[in-house]
Write a protein that binds this ligand. Structure first.
Ligand SMILES: Nc1ncnc2c1ncn2[C@@H]1O[C@H](COP(=O)(O)OP(=O)(O)O)[C@@H](O)[C@H]1O
Ligand SMILES: [Mg+2]
Length: 251
């Protein structure tokens, strides 16, 4: 495996008396799609929140591209190139596609040289470029997000990550709320990120998605990493055994 771009070293996280993460080690290399699996409450979301800056780990450290980012804020983590796409997506429903790609980093122009207004044409043009790169076609970029399908919104969130040069994309259950054709689109977006050497951490309950796109599968159980298997060595049966904790010694 090439040098990891992300290293999580012995990270623990407690909520009161509950150990959500217990000295978790986790790595991701460039261009790798890593699926994170585990039952509800296994600690998947807590782990990615310790990476994305939502939570500060109680112990351990997180390194990205050679720098320690433990305990950095979500905006500091984003500025280093880690984009996290949560299930609720954090998009602005009442703005159009261009404005959403630029959300929080809007491009301004100056009327009469001094009145700042958002440069909507520029933002739409830039959005089209990145959507084209991802082979995503949204009929009207003037549509407000609220009028787009779940898959199109997912595409906008991914386009935003790409536009700002994400170095790592984390997706927490991206296909959970989507229809089948849109799920396929998200999977093909994940592949196109990998083709551009952008690693992806994918949390999913859908075994088939995982078996289709992952290069490596990390299974969590009760706050621990229960298994770390290459896709080529994985069977659905073995994965399920790891998820429920019924793997025989030596297997
Ligand atoms: N903010 C929180 N406050 C208290 N307990 C939490 C919080 N977030 C997660 N937990 C607990 O931590 C454990 C791991 O949760 P989570 O990381 O969400 O699991 P997963 O994403 O694998 O379903 C669970 O027992 C959950 O109830
Ligand atoms: Mg979760």
């Amino acid at each position: 495996m090439s040098d990891p771009i992300l290293q999580v070293r012995k990270v623990s996280k407690y909520f009161g008396g509950l150990t959500a993460l217990n000295e978790v080690d986790f790595e991701v290399s460039r261009g790798e799609v890593v699926a994170l699996l585990g039952d509800n409450g296994a600690g998947k979301s807590t782990l990615i929140k310790c990476i994305s800056g939502v939570y500060r780990p109680d112990h351990g450290a997180v390194f990205f591209d050679g720098n320690e980012i433990t305990g950095h804020s979500t905006s500091e983590v984003r500025s280093r190139g880690i984009e996290t796409i949560y299930q609720d997506l954090a998009l602005a429903e009442n703005l159009d596609v261009g404005a959403n790609v630029f959300l929080g980093k809007e491009k301004l122009k100056y009327l009469f040289g001094f009145i700042p207004v958002t440069d909507d044409d520029y933002m739409r043009k830039e959005a089209v470029k990145v959507l084209d790169r991802l082979d995503i076609h949204i009929p009207s970029l003037r549509q407000k997000l609220v009028n787009l399908s779940g898959g199109q919104r997912q595409a906008v969130a991914i386009a935003r990550a790409m536009y700002w040069n994400a170095q790592l994309v984390i997706m927490d259950e991206p296909t959970a709320a989507l229809g089948v054709p849109e799920q396929r689109k998200v999977l093909s977006l994940i592949r196109s990120l990998r083709e551009q050497s952008i690693p992806v951490i994918l949390i999913s309950h859908t075994m088939q998605d995982v078996m289709t796109v992952a290069d490596r599968i990390v299974i969590m159980r009760r706050g621990n990493v229960a298994a770390n298997v290459m896709r080529s060595d994985a069977t659905e049966e073995l994965i399920v055994k790891h998820i429920v904790g019924s793997v025989e010694a030596g297997e």
